[in-house]
Design a protein around this ligand. Structure first.
Ligand SMILES: NC(=O)c1ccc[n+]([C@@H]2O[C@H](COP(=O)([O-])OP(=O)(O)OC[C@H]3O[C@@H](n4cnc5c(N)ncnc54)[C@H](O)[C@@H]3O)[C@@H](O)[C@H]2O)c1
Ligand SMILES: O=C(O)[C@H](O)COP(=O)(O)O
Length: 329
């Protein structure tokens, strides 16, 4: 039998706040370092509250949780949790969708600007003694003629567009929930996925990993993109076929890419991305800032308290067990 409150995995320097709220309510607490779904299933057996960062909580792990348990995701995406299995057992899912929108938007805007202004290419050429800026930069479109295409236009993508708007870009978006006729101050044009990949000079991915979105950026999509275009991904690695991306970069089918998220994290030793040209990578770090970490851990500590004291979650996962009383955030 595990502790009442179990953190399956966490990259933070400490989890003392989470421990303190649990122990203040008389609940036992354990911080684990789960690497596999089997580790997670063993760690959460009998737990009343399971807090998960990047580990996978599968149906077997859900089966072992205490009745009426709560599962809390340290973060925004919850594709590492089996929400269907949780619903079958009436287990509440909780996430933190609103702690790092600014950070991810800042990081993504930086990825886009660095690619379009060819900062890495210039850096490489200067180090190699090649000063021929115009030759290296060509083609270099003016921002006013450049189309940024968003795949998924929710919280983060909208914040990216707001940051980039002063540069004069044109914006396109593919999102079933986006209606360009409503509240559209940035004049974002709603387009089909086909139009998005064919027309954009830079495609920025912001959709969650679902049956509809997984693998959408595949060999066919890269073949349809302009050879001068870029792809940027701060959403989920699952959206991109990484082998196809490495091939498209190597063959010059697209101009470059910048990715913060991967199919396997940490990046696999034999990933084809390691040797792909014109690719910039960051280690799933877009969410990070001192303020975001503080906010994430304190919001999670609050949700642990609520779960242990029988209060409804402030941030229930959409489609997870409906909470009786929805309090304002
Ligand atoms: N890299 C990081 O550190 C980091 C941090 C936070 C969030 N994320 C990821 O960023 C992504 C976006 O987060 P968000 O807060 O903007 O989420 P959000 O829910 O506000 O926005 C996602 C949007 O995607 C749209 N969408 C869903 N299915 C789609 C489809 N088939 N085609 C097109 N659009 C579709 C939704 O309608 C929604 O508007 C998530 O995948 C999240 O996990 C990454
Ligand atoms: O908690 C985290 O480490 C970050 O939030 C990354 O996860 P997310 O991409 O789901 O937010």
């Amino acid at each position: 039998m595990s502790a009442d409150v179990v953190i399956t995995d966490a990259t933070f320097p400490d989890v003392e706040r989470e421990r303190a709220v649990a122990e203040a309510l008389g609940a036992s607490f354990e911080l684990c370092d789960c690497r596999t779904p089997e580790d997670v299933a063993a760690a959460v057996k009998g737990a009343k509250v399971a807090v998960v960062q990047f580990a996978e909580l599968n149906a077997e792990a859900v089966e072992g949780l205490a009745p009426d348990a709560t599962v809390i995701r340290y973060g925004v995406g919850y594709n590492n949790l089996d929400v269907a299995a949780m619903n079958k057992r009436n287990i509440q899912g909780v996430y933190v969708p609103d702690y790092c929108t600014s950070e991810v938007a800042d990081h993504t805007a930086a990825m886009i600007l660095a690619k379009l202004r060819k900062l890495e290419a210039f850096d490489t050429s200067v180090r190699a003694g090649d000063w021929a800026a115009v030759k290296i930069a060509k083609p270099m479109k003016a921002f006013g003629n450049t189309k940024i295409g968003f795949f998924g236009f929710g919280r983060i993508a909208q914040a990216v567009a707001e940051r980039l708007a002063p540069f004069g870009f044109q914006f396109l978006a593919t999102d079933p929930m986006f209606d360009e006729a409503k509240n559209n101050p940035l004049k974002v044009k709603g387009v089909s996925f086909e139009e998005l990949i064919c027309e954009s000079d830079c495609i920025s991915l912001h959709a969650p990993a679902t049956r509809d979105t997984i693998g959408r950026m595949n060999a066919d999509a890269f073949a349809k993109m302009k050879s001068t275009s870029y792809v940027v991904n701060s959403a989920r690695g699952d959206l991109i076929d990484e082998t196809a991306l490495a091939t498209a970069l190597t063959n010059g089918e697209i101009a470059g890419a910048s990715v913060d998220v991967f199919l396997q994290e940490p990046l696999a030793a034999d990933s084809p991305l390691r040797s792909a040209p014109n690719l910039t990578m960051s280690p799933h770090a877009a969410w990070y800032s001192d303020v975001a970490v503080e906010s994430l851990q304190s919001l999670v500590a609050d949700e642990i308290t609520r779960a242990l004291t029988g209060k409804s979650a402030r941030r229930p996962i959409p489609g997870s067990k409906p909470t009786e009383i929805q309090e304002a955030l």
